[in-house]
Ligand binder design. Sequence first.
Ligand code: HEM
Length: 232
Amino acid sequence: MPPRFNIADVLTSPSGEGFFNGFNVRKHDKGSMICTGEGDENGVFVVMGGRLKVYLVGDEREMTLFYLVPGDIFCMHSGCLIEAVEKSELRFTDIRTFSKKLEQCPAIAFGLVSILGRAIMSCMRTIEDLMFHDIKQRIAWFFVDRASSEGKASGTGITLSVELTIEEIANLIGSSRQTTSTALNSLIKEGYISRKGRTDYTILDMPRLTTAAAGRLPAEEWSSVGKKIRPV
Ligand code: HEM
């Protein structure tokens, strides 16, 4: 990893002298919106104090991408929402003035590269999480399906024997062996499934596992799941 960009080094260098001329000070209380994603004044700002959350909102979900801390530079036209999660202070200027500052002090471009790098890393992590989430759902569905046709009700849940290697399960659900193994272990750790030996599984809570698989299970199949379980 390269050393973290420090705007203070730039501002104390000769080319950084007077950098903030043409910026104005903006103070934000905790919880106040800096960027709502609609009708915001365009510009670029440097965080001087506090902490800002950069996030996206969907229908019912909010997804935090990353946080801005003192020294970070960001803009008002990224399409993200920005909220002060602590009392914060910014130095704000318009795009034109910032472009001129960049010409006078090119080292500030490292600050932009640094924040864009962090933004990309965070977005990549989010994409990975979403993909992984999907794999967990597919494994959940695999076990729901198997348990529905082959499971036997027992005192602890629904037991079933899966005579497949992780690689074979991975091929069935369309994933890699490593990702499938990690996702299955995560379902075990979260108490959906338990495993004894290599092949014996118990679905500890069928409705909960079914809910976990919900993203991939058509609604009309819900009611049939569980009904097919053969009692011992
Ligand atoms: C600091 C982080 C920054 C981020 C995350 C960012 C992000 C973006 C994004 C997502 C767009 C595309 C917008 C769209 O097509 O709707 C864009 C366009 C643009 N950005 Fe930035 N930007 C940043 C900084 C800057 C800075 C410092 C400047 C100039 C000094 C700048 C100038 C522009 C310009 C001129 C456009 C094109 C606008 C247009 O198509 O009319 N941006 N930026």
